[in-house]
Each structure stands twice: as C-alpha cells, then as structure tokens.
Write a protein that binds this ligand. Structure first.
Ligand code: ADP
Ligand code: NA
Length: 330
C-alpha cells in the first residue's frame, strides 16, 4: 500500500517566513512527511509574477529552503526542492495554459484581488496565469492531496477540471487531486489589526511576526498586541479577536488547549498573558533562527540537499511530461 502523495509550495518572496506561514502551513508539512509521500517546493517561478531583484530572489530562495529544513522537513522523509530546478513545471504549465479557457482563468478571485491592488498596467500576464502554473505544479507529481489554505480552494477546483478535461480528451494521464485542508490548521491574525490575517503585506510591521527577526523584536510585538477594553481572557473570535488570536498562537506553539489557557489566566490581566506569550515566542524563534542560520552558513550542504531533491522530483516530473507530450502528439 503506497502512501498518498501530497504536493505543496511556498513563495520565497519575503525572505523570513512569518508566524502565519509557519502555524498555517509549514508546521503541517512537517507532520505530513510522516504519513504521506510528500513533495515540497520553494516556488521561485511564482515569485517573478511580480518584479524581483535577482540577488534578492537568489538569497530568499535559499533562506526559504533553510527555514523549511529548520522547521523540521527531513530530506530523507520528503522531497524538498526548488521549482525552477525542475524545468518540467514551465513545460507542463504551457500545456495547461492551452487547455484553460480565458473566461475560466478570469474568474480566479486570487488574481482579481492581487491585480486590483497592483493596477492593470503593473499586472503581468504571468500573474494572470499563475493559477495555471500551480495546476501544472500539482498534476506533474500526480498528487492525491494538496495541503492549502481556504483561499486556494478555487485553484484546486480548476486543477480538477483541467485534469478531467485532459484525461477525457487525450486518455487517462493525471491523478485527480483533492484539497487537503487540515482541521488543526491555525489561522493567525495581524497583532495590530486582528480583523486582518497576518500577512507579509501587513499594514504595520508591528502586526507581523517574522521568524528570522531578533527574538526580542518579536517579544516586543507580542507585548504591544492590540486587545480590547474588556479585561477577561476568553476565546471569542467575534467580540475579542485580539485576545483570541493571542490564545490561538499560545495554544498552537505550546500544545496547551485553549480551555486550559482560559483557566490558567482566570482573574489575570492581559499583561500576564502577553508577558508569558512573549516568552513562549522567544523560546520558539530562538532555536528556529539558529538552525536556519546553520544551514545558511553551510552552502555546500544546502546545495547538495536541494540538488538531490530536484533529482528526485525530476524523476517523477519527467515521466508525467513525457506521457503528456506523447498524448498531445509531440
Ligand atoms: P502571505 O499571505 O503573507 O502573502 P503566502 O500567501 O505566501 O503568505 O502564504 C504561504 C502559506 O502560508 C499558505 O499556505 C497560506 O495559507 C499560509 N498562511 C499565510 N498567512 C497565514 C495566516 N495569517 N494564518 C495561517 N496561514 C497563513
Ligand atoms: Na496569501
């Protein structure tokens, strides 16, 4: 019995991962490598859908890979690689572009949101077709499941439509993937604006925990998190989003349940919760930063890990592409 295959990617755009990336995605990737045949990649091809400085992109790609290793991805237990090292992504991407309707692509809400922020003149055609490259990323590995956030569900649906379309036109070629939305996935909110999700494009840097920042910087951000004028420490996402976010972060970082935390802080002030969470944060980010730095300080090892990962990924990708090309008449 083969383990189900999962495929997921993360952008190298920002350099440091933020706490939302870690608690909402990377932490689950680490767990899935035990139960699944897991393929994880740093999606540098997706990073150039918006303007990129080459030196920064090169450095951020390595930093992203180092952080994935620091988080606990084990190259013996999963396939970890950089997207551009596997040319089949771009090749299958073209095929998928030709299979997608213009209207169908135009309905992707992620694109519409991103394009609206950038303005039409600054929006590249690559940004428009990035969901289609994502489809190629998934189908290339015959993935059964794709761990994604809720915001990516529409892309998985389009992936299924295209797999089905290709298979019925040209013969069975692609595995039908399903979204894999983990129930323990925590959604983390901005510390200064708990109505917005924590994001690298945060309105204020004080709302965003970057895992590679000095630990004391992150501690300070926790201590100055926005709460409310009430004093009770209770989970209530609607009426107390700031406090609830702090409880979610505390709970996911320590494994202590939220009811247990509510009990622990009964009768205590917000300051007590923030002081303790600041300490939890320092205890988490300090070894994470150190491990990331160790990988960055040893470029030969990091390169060797990524080269081996690309080789493993390519063995699968090349086979899928060869079948696809054959079916198409190439
Ligand atoms: P950002 O939203 O900062 O641009 P990305 O889109 O690069 O981050 O997200 C990479 C991964 O991290 C995705 O799987 C996404 O679902 C997850 N993620 C991002 N922000 C959060 C958050 N605030 N809470 C939980 N998961 C998040
Ligand atoms: Na996002």
């Amino acid at each position: 019995q083969q383990r189900p295959r999962v495929l997921s990617g993360i952008q190298p755009t920002a350099g440091s991962f933020h706490l939302g990336n870690y608690l909402g995605a990377v932490r689950q990737w680490v767990a899935l490598q035990e139960s699944h045949d897991a393929f994880y990649m740093v999606v540098d091809l997706h990073a150039i859908t918006v303007p990129q400085d080459p030196a920064e992109l090169r450095s951020n790609t390595r930093i992203a890979a180092a952080q994935l290793l620091a988080a606990g991805l084990d190259p013996e237990r999963c396939t970890l690689f950089v997207q551009s090292h596997v040319p089949e992504h771009a090749q299958l991407g073209w095929v998928m572009n030709c299979l997608t309707g213009f209207g169908e692509a135009s309905r992707m809400t992620q694109f519409k949101d991103k394009a609206a922020k950038q303005g039409a003149d600054r929006t590249s055609v690559g940004l428009f077709t990035y969901p289609i490259l994502q489809i190629a990323d998934i189908l290339l590995y015959q993935a059964h499941q794709v761990p994604v956030g809720e915001d990516q569900r529409q892309h998985i649906e389009l992936t299924r439509d295209l797999a089905e379309r290709f298979n019925s036109r040209y013969g069975d070629t692609f595995t039908m993937p399903a979204p894999y939305i983990l129930k323990e996935t925590a959604k983390i909110y901005d510390l200064q604006d708990p109505s917005a999700k924590m994001s690298k494009s945060a309105a204020s840097p004080k709302g965003l925990i970057n895992l590679l920042d000095e630990p004391k910087v992150s501690a300070k951000k926790v201590k100055s998190a926005v709460t409310d004028t009430d004093t009770v420490i209770r989970y209530d996402a609607e009426n107390k989003p700031g406090v609830s976010n702090l409880l979610t972060i505390y709970s996911t970082l320590t494994g202590t349940s939220i009811p247990e935390l509510e009990q622990k802080y009964e009768g205590k002030m917000y300051g007590a919760l923030k002081t303790d969470l600041a300490e939890v944060m320092v205890d988490f980010v300090t070894p994470f930063r150190d491990r990331t730095q160790e990988y960055l300080d040893d470029p030969e090892t990091l390169d060797a890990i990524l080269a081996k990962g690309a080789e493993k990924a390519r063995a699968v990708a090349a086979e899928t592409l060869a079948t696809t090309y054959d079916r198409l008449g190439f």
